[in-house]
Design a protein around this ligand. Structure first.
Ligand code: MG
Length: 159
């Protein structure tokens, strides 16, 4: 039997008008974007935390601290690549990942497959192993008021 590890990740960023919105490695047409030290790709951040969590390697803030100018405005795809390097160095590969993005607007459906393709290529998996789902919160809470974007990620690693 293969060795398996499970990880979960969670991230939130506040939204503000006039900032670029990046999710799952894709630029999204939007009037608001994430306030962040990096490019604010909250979906990739949650996935990185899930990958690190599966191997008990701490969290994204430990490996890529927002106090470090090296990460100012950084493309989060680079953070995912570096996280995947840590996964591969230890002999693991991604079995599958499931990501839920909670955001009131804009509608994310048109971008979902591009995000899946982008993440699958960095994670070295088939697109069929990367699930991305988008939901609103029915106008409830900070997500519903459009104040922030919240992402949950689960990942299975195989050896
Ligand atoms: Mg983040």
């Amino acid at each position: 039997m293969e060795d398996i590890r499970i990880g979960n990740g969670y991230d939130v960023h506040a939204l503000a008008p006039g900032l670029p919105l990046w999710l799952g490695g894709i630029r999204i047409e939007s009037e608001v974007g994430c306030i962040a030290h990096s490019d604010g790709d909250v979906a990739i951040h949650a996935l990185c935390d899930a990958l690190l969590g599966a191997l008990a390697l701490g969290d994204i803030g430990k490996h890529f601290p927002d106090s470090d100018d090296a990460y100012r405005g950084i493309d989060s795809k680079i953070l995912l690549e570096r996280t995947m390097d840590m996964v591969r160095e230890r002999g693991w590969r991604v079995g599958n990942a499931d990501i839920t993005i909670a955001m009131q607007r804009p509608k994310l459906r048109p971008y979902i497959d591009s995000m899946r393709e982008c993440i699958a290529s960095i994670a070295g998996t088939d697109i069929g192993c990367i699930s991305i789902k988008a939901t609103t919160t029915e106008k409830l809470g900070f997500v519903g008021r459009g104040e922030g974007c919240e992402v949950f990620a689960s990942v299975l690693l195989l050896k």
